[in-house]
Ligand binder design. Sequence first.
Ligand code: ADP
Ligand code: MG
Length: 315
Amino acid sequence: MIKLSQIRKLYDTQEALRNVDLQIEDGECVVLIGPSGCGKSSLLKSINRMIDIDAGTITFFNEDILSLPVEQLRRKIGYCIQGVGLFPHMNVKENVAILLRILKWKEVDIDRRVDELLLMSELPLSYKTKKPHELSGGEAQRVGVCRALATDPPVLLMDEPFGALDPMTREKIQIAFRDIAQKLHKTVVFVTHDIEEAILLGDRIALMNEGQIIQLSTPEALIQDQKETFTKNFIGQDYPLMVLKRYRVRDLKLEPVSNLSVTHGIDMDTNLKEALALCIKQTEPVIFKDGQNSYALLYSDIFSFIRGMQDETTH
Ligand code: ADP
Ligand code: MG
């Protein structure tokens, strides 16, 4: 879908991207992560030609992006800029519809599309007339996502869209975004400097440093396979515990326990990190409930599951 080969970007004499190769598959979410100034935003902006590269090639659906008119390219690529980037003098509807206006959509179609996007992002329709300063941080960021999705582009470029939110709001919006992107089969390149966000959203994680991709792996493969000291230091010792958050008790496919009558059990959508915490708290198995069925969870179930996921993605 998107293929970058030997990309190089210079700002004056400073090399911001050095020999970057990256192929992003259809429907995949690749997360670019690394310290500030390592070239994440530059890499993202080279894809929709917000900046032009100095060497290398980028193809989009097998076509060199230099051979496509910029407007045509940008119509197929939704872009969420770093910081919220809403226009302060425009209300929510105008912000979301800005590209639709440029493309001369009919007013009735714009109305329908904006409503659809707000509903999908769980924002009340009454917000259409609010100005950005009347929104909470989380709401403003949801509006930013709506704007990127407006023309229903196959590709989304997201530059730290959920920075500066409190952790609870942040996790909610991350999960909502992941579900929407998966449901709509979007191809996503997502920039963050937060490793937990990278793990939660990424099918693959591209770890960057000083203008290069140091390692490109699935979140599970990174547990064992850390090619460089930089990777080790960057992801930290508790990395494997963070990976548990990608999965829910439901994903373990436990066998229901018969002869067990419990009135309350825990929700099967609990993530595995929280489930492990529950296992640590008590000596008996933790009971989860789903409709009429009950499931007993031991921490060894979690361990073997995550081992299996590692094997699946490394071989
Ligand atoms: P990141 O998004 O990972 O923080 P950037 O891609 O924004 O990194 O920047 C990579 C490097 O290029 C940094 O050293 C930054 O200072 C430099 N840089 C970025 N944009 C410009 C610019 N417009 N002019 C000059 N230098 C820039
Ligand atoms: Mg940046």
